[in-house]
Design a protein around this ligand. Sequence first.
Ligand code: FES
Ligand SMILES: [Fe+2]
Length: 612
Amino acid sequence: MRSLSTHDACAHTTARSPFHAPARLGILHPRPLRATKGVGQARWPFPPSVAVSATTSSAAGASSSAVHGEAAPSTSAIGLGAGAGGSISWFDSWYPVAFTKDLDPAKPHRVTLLGIPMVVWWDKNAAAWRVFEDVCPHRLVPLSEGRITPSGLLECGYHGWAFSGDGKCEVIPQQGKCDTPRACATGYHCAVRQGLLFVLPKPLPPALRPSGGTNDELAAALAAVAEEEARIPLVSELEEPGGKWLSQDVWRDLPYDWSTLMENVLDSSHVPFTHHASMSNRNVIGPYDLKLTSAITDAGFSGMWTTGPRAGKLGPQSTTFTAPCFLKHRLDSKGFASLTVVYAVPMEPGRCRLINRNVLRFNNAIPEAIFGLVPSWWWHVSSHVLLEDDQIFLHLGEEETARRRAGGLGHSQVCYMPSQADTYVIAFQRWLSRFGGGGPFGGGGLAADGAAFVEALGPRLSRKALLDRYSQHTETCASCQQGLKQVGGAAAAARAVAVAAGAAAVFCAAVAVAVAGAAATGAGAVAAAGAAGAAGGAAAGAAGVLSAVGSVLVAAAGAVAGPYDPTGVSHMLRAAAWALLAAAATAAGGRLEALRKLFYEGVYPPPRNLKD
Ligand code: FES
Ligand SMILES: [Fe+2]
């Protein structure tokens, strides 16, 4: 048995690889983002690697006549030109699949990467996260539906086979231990960096599988592991010693393709309109003078927006796209510097995971201190609104784009982009066609894959399904599950306070009316004594005959209604105070209930940006 010794890496697999067994799309998602018909029935053939060179995929991204008869501008006219370079392999690239702080170590989690169902789980024996193919070798059911045993094994829920962190089957309840490679789970190389769990979705070398290899093979494989981990795409600023960068981290599974997400984040000119009234303003727009500052190569490209956001109020913004799915905008402004970091993780056709870091460095200690106090779930909940601004446009727009490109047309043939504001989008499409093979699922204008891509997208989702933030995030986010509990508990407490304070208000009012009424009718001493007993202010005479429970009740009544006041005025004032508290608690309960709903529901019907 061989296993990796690095503290945060795992790397184990059997001879079975996802390339030999085509992954099934939409399998067993609790609530598929696309309707079952189409996606659930489709199968996507995954080649060993999608590595198409410039010479084999030149159709997409080329400048040519637009479908509506208007001439699309030459991309070279706005400073675009593809540089030299090789091609990328989608399965030999690193992808983040989760923030570790949002994973519950007590249970397995299902994720999908490049169409491969995977299970992420915490191996307490090695103090490391593990990523396996989410398929039990026995009867192929998802391991993510199982559990972590008290001894720290991943146990399949169907017949109880249990696997250690290196993928080895340690327990077959019906038989005992099983040492054959066929009983092993299929593992992937993973590593934790900057709080993110990254996965390399390619088969492991034989020496790192449970069946092992020679010592020399193992040494070579471990050396290769270190080399491979050096390729993980990181935020360089977070590595600066004493850098004081703070990261606001957000993620969500989105009902559109990773390439649509990447285009959207590269496309700054949509922000004032799509996000009007949420984070921007359609009335404050400056020039979108975007320019590439590098050639487009297999590694990506970079650019500069000279004017920058908010009509130049914040200064110029630089952008770097690092292939295949990492993007960073950087803004150095007065008082702060900010990075918008996006990993657009390809899950399956028409579905991606957004991993977003908004990284800030303040020049002032106060915002820095406040920033540090905000719980993770608050950033998640507040980001949903912004993401939903885009959701409907992108879900429907990508379907239309894919449908029109299914016959082999390039992106610039179906979309008309005459403005310099579209520079980055055009550059990305050029990169995708020249170096990215049209994307891991095709659909990038390659005639052979276009129709299959459209079919794999499946039917359109309803607006309500598009905005279902519970299934797209909350359900699988440990931070939000915790936030949901905290907010739900606070709402229940507020409701209880409201009921108790309301009852106290009624009681005080009754006491006030009783004592005032008694005084007015001359019942004098008798009524006063009764009221005093109720109010507790003069309960001493009766205390001797009351039971212990009665004494407590009298004391409580006194605490609620206050000392006996024969005029009833102070009791009535108390009633008003209790009523105010009841109203405040009711209002707080309502606000908390509204906040609790934010974990579940989107803003419906959107979009809010149609308001003035
Ligand atoms: S299918 Fe997993 S133990 Fe049988
Ligand atoms: Fe969350």
